[in-house]
Design a binder for this molecule. Sequence first.
Ligand SMILES: [Zn+2]
Length: 293
Amino acid sequence: MPELPEVETIKEDLRELVVGSRIEGAEVLDVALVEQPSPEEFVQLLKGASIARARRRAKHLILELDNGMNLIFQLKIGGQLLLVPPVEEPNTALMFLLYLNGERRLFLRDGTNFSRARLLSEKELQERFSSLGPEPLEDGFDAQCLRQKLGSRKAQIKSLLLDQKMVAGIGNIYVDEILYDARIHPRRKANTLSAEEWRALYAAIRTNLAAGIRHRGTTVRLYRDVVGRPGEHQNYLRVFEKQGKPCSGCGGTVTREKISGRSTHFCPVCQRMPGEEDPRGEQRLRLKWTLGR
Ligand SMILES: [Zn+2]
């Protein structure tokens, strides 16, 4: 599922490979993709425009066109933007196709069908994005800013970090890694975090997202960059989908639980709930009992 680092990687690829291109035509292959305007208008507005700039806001990818419109993609769960060539022409799960000058085509493929696109003027775009929270990698975002936004909330810290109105761009993979790094249990209520924990959380958000970008994204299943390559950050994950495996920090066992409706991975030893017993004690007891039999 593309989160901030994956969308950032795709945006950089588009900046390098596609910005400056002229759109010679467009084809909507799955009308579910286009949320605004109508699919016919969508195609008409794209044809003949040039791509002036690529941007990202939260998990949204934005292609600024020279006709004043912005083409916005949300790749949701499994959307891939693939440039042909160098990628070989894909032929399954196609939702959208842009014909570019120089015999190139940009395909949107999505086996899950959840990807969505819109064409918006700058004003419409500003309005649509006005409720989004701060970009966590921008200079203005600091530990104080994070605490101010979330610190008085009684909700669980994991669900707050996933809320795009609180902080933009974090999804289910990075949030588990961030909370592990900060040694904070995902069920902790935000208003119970100490000043030290807010600082640790802030640092973990920055380092995990930056590492994700450095490694060109995380490919657990579907994510690919614009030339079809998987990312590499999956090789650096410590808890996400590591349930049953030893924690690299303490030797305890990573567990998985549903928290706020989302599959959540954490180490119950490193990320203890205040007031709960050290699960290592329990594990030791169990081992003794097993050995004793
Ligand atoms: Zn641990």
